[in-house]
Structures are given as C-alpha cells and as structure tokens.
Design a protein around this ligand. Structure first.
Ligand code: C2E
Ligand code: CA
Ligand code: CA
Ligand code: CA
Length: 280
C-alpha cells in the first residue's frame, strides 16, 4: 500500500464523495418513490392505561422500496430532513393518515361516543415551513375530518431548533388540532418548561419507560405530576412487558403504547394483541 499523508487524503476524499453520492441517490429514490406509491403507513394503537380501551392510533411511515423490502423510517427520514423533501413526505403522511382514518371511522365498527384520534409525526423543518398550516387544513378538508381528531406529534426541542415554528404551532392550535410532545425525556426540556409548550399530550420516551436505573420510576412520576398540573395527558411509549404496567399505573400514566398491546400494523382495527394484557 502507498504510505504517506497524501494517500490518506485521497481515501478521505473518496469516502466523502461516496457518502454524498449515496445521499443524493437516496434522496432521488425517495423523490421518485413517493408518486410511485412506495410509501405506506403502519398504525399502532394508543390505549387507556387502566382499561386497555382503544384511544387512537399513531401513523408510522414505512417504505416498500423495490428490491429492498420494508425500509424503516430511521433509514430514510434523517436524509429526507436534510432538504424540503421532508415537507413532501410530511404532506403525504398528513393526507394519507387522515384519509385512511376517516375511512376507517366511516366503516363504523366503533361506538358513536368515541373520540378516537390519529397522530402523525411532524418534523421540525416541516413545522417551520410556510406551508404547514395549509397542509394540515387541506388534509382535514379532503378527509372531512374534525380538527380534534388529528394529533400532531412534535419533539420537545422543536421550538428551540426551529423558532419559525412557534407562530405556526399557535395557528394550528387555533384550528383545533391537538399537539403532542414526543420523546419526552430525551432532550433537555425541563419539567418547568412544560407550562409554556401549550400542548395536549406528553409522550414519555421508551428509554425512560424501560429504564431500571435507580430513580427512573420517581422521575416518571415527577413528569406525570407536572404534566397533569399543566393539563397534559401522559402516554407511556414502548411498553413491552406486562410487568411494566403496574408501576406506570401507580404513577398515574393515562395511556400506553407499545408491543405489549400491538406492534404497528398495516391497517387500523384488527389489532389482536398477542398478550391480551389484563391491566387492572
Ligand atoms: P417515534 O415517533 O418515537 O415512534 C415510535 C417508535 O417506537 C416506532 O418506531 C415504533 O414502531 C416503535 N415502538 C412502538 N412500540 C414499541 C415497543 O414496545 N418497543 C420498542 N422497542 N419500540 C416500539 P418506527 O416506526 O421505526 O419509527 C421510528 C421513528 O421514525 C419515529 O419515532 C419517528 O421519530 C420517525 N417517524 C416515523 N414515521 C414518521 C413520519 O411519518 N414522519 C416523520 N417526520 N417521522 C416519522
Ligand atoms: Ca411519535
Ligand atoms: Ca416517540
Ligand atoms: Ca423516537
């Protein structure tokens, strides 16, 4: 092998070039895959923590990429977020989730008293874009869905990362859609800041829900109490095992989501939970 610094620089250049090339290719494949119908939504139920009654669904994006199988969002969302591509994906997700949810409601296997919701994940970049309010309005209109039925999941740091998102968030609240703070416990938001976030729901991240470190349960309890004091409902994410349930109930978590109840599935309804958890 050639020795010396010059060789290393060339290797570095080559790997950087390859990275840029791969990224450009992935972007193009996403761009082409959207109109080609390669993206699909999976739905995971959110249930009442004490009765396991269905409260709604979270829509989770999947890519049926030809020749590559089912591609998970962690493999393409970060790249999409590097450009306005994430806004195109986000628009499609809003349209598709509201359309499928409205259709499922119309099929009417659920009671009239229900106030089930559908939640979609919104990237900071899309929330900060000029089109977000129109995108949400259009989706609701096209699906003929009441705004209260739609939950927008945003991460706790979005307003720090994207200051331009703040007025959009206010406009969306005025529209009547619900706001959920996602992945709480992974960023740097202090509990006291919850009062300014002006959301409806707080989702405690699965890393905190699953933690067995000393003090983890107490921390969850503190978060739940603060959230309740500020009028937020609390969902525990990533609940995988029956033995996690009693502690989450004890500290007052309102709702749960996780493999224990159901994995994300390609359709709404028909979510037979393998474990058939007995909650109370
Ligand atoms: P997230 O919003 O925190 O979504 C929850 C993730 O946890 C999902 O992964 C879900 O399948 C997984 N999960 C659910 N229950 C359990 C459990 O009991 N145990 C474990 N270990 N995991 C569980 P998924 O579908 O791979 O999505 C990963 C992330 O990709 C999401 O995290 C979200 O940040 C992002 N994402 C997904 N769909 C969209 C989308 O339509 N738009 C945007 N912007 N981001 C999306
Ligand atoms: Ca989410
Ligand atoms: Ca989450
Ligand atoms: Ca996450």
């Amino acid at each position: 092998a050639k020795a010396g610094g010059r060789g290393r620089v060339e290797v570095f250049d080559e790997s950087l070039r390859r990275q840029l090339h791969d990224r450009a290719q992935l972007e193009q494949a996403i761009r082409d895959g959207l109109p080609a119908g390669e993206f699909v939504l999976y739905y995971q139920p959110v249930v009442d923590m004490t009765t396991a009654a269905l409260q709604g669904y979270e829509a989770l994006l999947r890519w049926e990429r030809p020749g590559r199988g089912l591609v998970m969002p962690d493999a393409f969302i970060p790249t999409a977020e590097q450009s306005t591509l994430i806004c195109h994906l986000g628009r499609w997700v809003l349209d598709e989730a509201t359309r499928e949810f409205a259709h499922w409601l119309e099929e009417g296997e659920i009671g009239a008293e229900d106030d089930l919701t559908v939640a979609v994940n919104i990237s900071g970049r899309h929330l900060a874009s000029a089109s977000i309010v129109a995108d949400v309005k259009n989706a609701l209109l096209a699906a003929n869905l009441r705004p209260e039925r739609l939950v927008l999941e945003i991460t706790e740091t979005v307003l720090l990362d994207e200051p331009a998102a703040a007025p959009h968030l206010r406009a969306l609240r005025e529209l009547g859609v619900r706001i959920s703070i996602d992945d709480f416990g992974t960023g740097y938001t202090s509990i006291g800041q919850l009062q300014y976030l002006n959301a409806d729901t707080l989702k405690i991240d699965k890393s905190l829900v699953a933690s067995s470190r000393p003090g983890a349960v107490e921390l969850v309890e503190l978060v739940v109490r603060a959230a309740h004091a500020f009028g937020l409902n609390v969902i525990a994410e990533g609940v995988e095992r029956q033995d996690q349930v009693p502690a989450l109930q004890r500290v007052g978590c309102d709702s749960a989501q996780g493999y224990l109840f159901s994995r994300p599935q390609a359709t709404m309804g028909a979510h037979p939970s393998a474990a058939d958890p007995q909650l109370s």
